[in-house]
Design a protein around this ligand. Structure first.
Ligand SMILES: Cc1cc2nc3c(=O)[nH]c(=O)nc-3n(C[C@H](O)[C@H](O)[C@H](O)COP(=O)(O)O)c2cc1C
Length: 390
């Protein structure tokens, strides 16, 4: 099981839909969340993309030096840059980070936002552009065409002599992750993507999507791996966890919900429509399948569901998704810094992930280290480099 966390580049808070309890998201804060994820043993972080986010490439680049193993799942939006520029950016990031780049392919589901960015294309055309874009991107990354480079002439995109002088460390290229629930999305995933991501729908709906992608991929002689994006609200007991879920939307009024739902309804994203249909804008039926709570989606676009429960319950629900074939869990919780710790401390031991206390722990059966005669172990936390005790 790979477990990723999330960098909230569009804001962070204790409560949804209100500025009460909101915190400033700046470079310092994002570094804190990234360093926490890195040291706690998360495998990577997802950075969202869109006009309400700080730019994902710039943020991720700013965090390479602050982290050691953490991978960065950074979005490419086909149509907003040329394939050649996207190849160069990805290649450089992969080289400078020591092979820690993962690509999130975002075709986009908000035509208004894309037009504001200069891309005038409907849903079907956007997927045609994505298809051509990644044919070029993959070929150029993999060095197809040798010294002469790679030629491609498509309906929307063409290149002549495309090549990467400084190739990526990961071969043939950093893995391509991708989410989208329309038929065109499933087809693109089946033919070109490495990992298909779904937002956190109930297990039966996820099983259907995975089966469809598997069948389509088989027709292309391929297999695709799977991941899921969920929020988590985990507490020591189930009662506490459900109370925390209620608290998260305790300052949210109906007008704010209606406004958010109206904005989501204007999008042409099938995935967004499926998320909105889970709760229908109503706050009285939010547990849409056991321990799966749709309250986040009342006001948040995209990932709108959370697993709610005590550590054992949340781990068991994750295992249900894993049994369907999900390998990667991209999680988050509000506020992102504190909840990264809480999830790691309460649930990682049940998943066999992260550091399991022990050697680097300054507390334990002997009490606080200052009050005991047990001297700290001599290796330095984080680096694993042995140091002689003074
Ligand atoms: C895990 C995941 C992460 C996504 N991240 C973003 C994002 O950061 N920005 C964005 O505009 N869309 C994001 N999307 C949306 C999809 O990329 C896609 O463009 C959208 O769902 C429309 O496609 P569809 O109509 O095929 O569902 C994400 C989707 C998933 C499943």
């Amino acid at each position: 099981m790979n477990v990723f966390w999330f960098l909230p580049t569009h804001g962070d808070s204790r409560y949804l839909g209100t500025s009460r309890g909101a915190r400033t998201v700046d470079g310092d804060y994002l570094r804190q969340v990234a360093v926490a994820a890195d040291t706690l043993g998360y495998d990577g972080v997802l950075l969202p993309t869109g006009r309400s986010c700080e730019d994902a490439w710039i943020v991720a680049s700013s965090l390479i030096q602050a982290t050691r193993q953490l991978k960065f799942l950074v979005a490419i939006r086909p149509g907003l840059s040329t394939p050649g520029l996207a190849v160069r950016m990805a290649s450089t990031f992969d080289r400078l980070s020591g092979g820690r780049l993962l690509i999130n392919v975002v075709t986009g589901g908000d035509q208004g936002e894309l037009e504001a960015d200069g891309l005038f294309a409907d849903h079907a055309t956007r997927y045609e552009i994505s298809d051509e874009f990644f044919r070029i991107w993959r070929a150029a990354m993999a060095g197809e065409g040798g010294d002469k480079g790679f030629d491609f002439e498509g309906r929307h995109l063409s290149v002549k002599g495309a090549r990467t002088l400084y190739p990526p460390l990961q071969k043939p290229y950093p893995p391509l992750y991708f989410g989208g629930s329309s038929e065109a999305a499933h087809e693109l995933a089946a033919e070109q993507m490495d990992v298909y991501l779904t937002w956190g729908e109930p297990p039966a709906a996820v099983a259907e999507k995975l089966a469809d992608i598997r069948a389509r991929a088989a027709k292309h002689g391929r297999t695709v791996r799977f991941g899921i994006r969920l929020h988590v609200i985990v507490r020591e007991t189930n009662e506490e966890a459900w109370r925390a879920a209620d608290e998260l939307i305790s300052h949210l009024d109906d007008e704010v919900i209606a406004k958010a739902q109206a904005a989501f309804a204007k999008m042409d994203s099938v995935g967004q429509r499926r998320m909105a249909a889970l709760h229908g804008g109503r706050r009285d039926k939010l547990e849409v399948s056991p321990n799966l709570w749709a309250g986040v989606g009342l006001v948040r676009g995209g990932a709108g569901t959370a697993l709610v429960g005590d550590p054992e319950t949340v781990a068991a629900r994750m295992q249900e998704y894993a049994d369907l074939g999900i390998e990667t869990f991209i999680l988050s919780g509000y506020p992102h810094l504190e909840e990264s710790y809480r999830f790691a401390e309460l649930v990682f031991p049940l998943l066999g992930k992260g550091k399991q206390g022990g050697e680097h722990s300054l507390t334990g059966p002997f009490g606080e280290v200052m009050a005991s005669d047990i001297v700290p172990k001599t290796s330095v936390p984080n680096t694993g480099v042995p140091k002689k005790a003074a």
